[in-house]
Design a protein around this ligand. Structure first.
Ligand code: PRP
Ligand code: URA
Length: 210
């Protein structure tokens, strides 16, 4: 598994505002979208392209375009939905599939409650969106799900990750082609499974249901 932790002052600045508990939902949503677009630049570094011949007003030349089958973007509901617009701004031709997952706050085990994805993901590059990588239960299950459908490779974009979640992902994915792009790697998990210092419950902060 490849791990990339962002190291850019603009990303750290936006994350700091996101972490601040006084930041209201509309600002939180706007910043989430902006952060995803910045992280997507790194996350799409290995997106598959093919050669294409074009003519500029001056000459014929060779360029590239995104290959078929098109990449699949998969936000994990509910909080991952807040990252979708920022991602498709950068990859407008991508297809979008949905996975709904809810972590049981007692056991910290994820349960899948919704799924709308193509049956066959052979040769597909998949981009999973979930703002929080805490224990790694939800992201690990999502990645398993995509590989079971035949995905070629999976890149996950998370705004914040905990070391426990990264270690869990490493164990689960083994030598499969997985890239994890984080806005920041925080200190640890709390005894309730929250990322510390973190930003609280991402879904509640996005959608205002605290
Ligand atoms: C949050 C978050 C992740 C998950 C991370 O979702 O958006 O999906 O928890 O925790 P984990 O790494 O320990 O699995 P939650 O289950 O709270 O659902 P929500 O998006 O509907 O708020
Ligand atoms: N889910 C969240 O929304 N926040 C955390 O800190 C951990 C899991």
């Amino acid at each position: 598994m490849r791990l990339h932790v962002a190291d850019h002052p603009l990303i750290t600045h936006k994350l700091t505002v996101l972490r601040d508990k006084s930041t209201p939902s509309p600002v939180f949503r706007q910043l989430t979208e902006e952060l995803v677009t910045l992280l997507a630049y790194e996350a799409t570094r290995n997106v598959q392209v093919e050669s294409v011949e074009i003519e500029t007003p001056v000459t014929a030349t060779t360029g590239v375009r995104i290959s078929e089958p098109r990449p699949l973007v998969v936000p994990i509901l509910r909080a991952g939905l807040g990252m979708l617009e920022g991602m498709v701004k950068l990859l407008p031709t991508a297809e979008v599939g949905f996975l709904g997952m809810l972590r049981n706050e007692e056991t910290l085990e994820p349960a899948t409650y919704a799924e709308r994805l193509p049956d066959d993901l052979s040769d597909r590059q998949c981009f999973v969106l979930d703002p929080m990588l805490a224990t790694g239960g939800s992201l690990g299950a999502a990645v398993e799900f995509l590989f079971a459908r035949g995905a070629q490779d999976v890149t996950a974009i998370c705004l914040l990750g905990a070391p426990e979640g990264v270690a869990s992902m490493k164990r689960k994915v083994g030598d499969r082609d997985v890239t994890l792009v984080l806005g920041a790697l925080d200190e640890r998990l709390t005894d309730k499974g929250y990322i510390f210092p973190g930003l609280g419950d991402a879904g509640d902060r996005l959608y205002g249901t605290v």
